[in-house]
Design a protein around this ligand. Structure first.
Ligand SMILES: C[S@@+](CC[C@H](N)C(=O)[O-])C[C@H]1O[C@@H](n2cnc3c(N)ncnc32)[C@H](O)[C@@H]1O
Length: 222
């Protein structure tokens, strides 16, 4: 059972869905435990990871960009599911987390296909090779910067490419009345509302926001 309570599902529904799953992968379970025991590192929810894996398997992307690496959990899920020719660039600014992520990537046997870039996310996105189009982007980083990630990633998505973003309903607050949003969450909530509006109205995309985990946006470039 996950350590964090689900934001959208009721706990009995989450337990039911978890029990439906086949035996979990040992390395991912170890990473979930490591994250929990190391100051509750904010790795993706297991059901979001399953969603990423199905998406990557369906799209068979060649080039994947993940914004926000943490300990490398999402990057490993994406690289495994995307297939043997896929390359994943994942961005993390914290040096210690980069070291941890690289160690897990090494243990997963994926060091040749996952590059952990130790950089600020916006700088790293600005520095991506403009000639290289992105087949799958996973946004899971600074919530206040989601609209800026959107601006940088959407023009680089190839037609049919996919953009997935986690936490877009942010603990239920994004859909809450303004009076129920604590002042400390205001900037995050405003940015996520802007991002969700962009992702569902931008004519370059077809998108849906799913009540999965903490809210997942899924878009494809037309
Ligand atoms: C939610 S975690 C990523 C989880 C990961 N995607 C996964 O699937 O397990 C977000 C990460 O972004 C990193 N981060 C925060 N600010 C950043 C920035 N400005 N640039 C790059 N990384 C940043 C944090 O250190 C944190 O590890």
């Amino acid at each position: 059972m996950k350590a964090t309570s689900d934001r959208i599902l009721r706990s009995e529904q989450a337990a039911y869905l978890e029990a439906l799953e086949p035996a979990r992968d040992a390395l991912l379970v170890e990473m979930e435990t490591f994250a929990r025991e190391n100051r509750n590192q904010p790795i993706s929810d297991p059901e979001v990871a399953s969603f990423l894996a199905v998406t990557a398997r369906a799209k068979a992307p060649r080039f994947v960009v993940e914004v926000g690496t943490n300990i490398g959990y999402g990057a490993i899920v994406l690289a495994r599911a995307a297939g043997e020719t896929a390359r994943v660039v994942t961005i993390e600014r914290d040096p210690e987390l980069c070291r941890t992520a690289r160690a897990f990537v090494e243990r997963a046997g994926l060091a040749a296909r996952i590059e952990v870039r130790e950089l600020d996310a916006l700088d790293a996105l600005d520095a991506l090779d403009p000639a290289e189009t992105i087949d799958l982007a996973y946004v899971d980083c600074v919530k206040e910067d989601y609209p800026r990630y959107f601006e940088r990633l959407v023009p680089r998505l190839r037609p049919g490419g996919v953009l997935v973003a986690d936490n877009v309903l942010w603990r239920g607050l994004v859909a809450a009345a303004d009076t129920d949003v604590p002042a400390a969450e205001r900037a995050r909530v405003d940015a996520l509302r802007t991002f969700n509006r962009l992702i569902v109205t931008d004519p370059r995309l077809r998108s849906v926001v799913l009540p999965l985990g903490d809210g997942v946006a899924f878009a494809t470039r037309v």
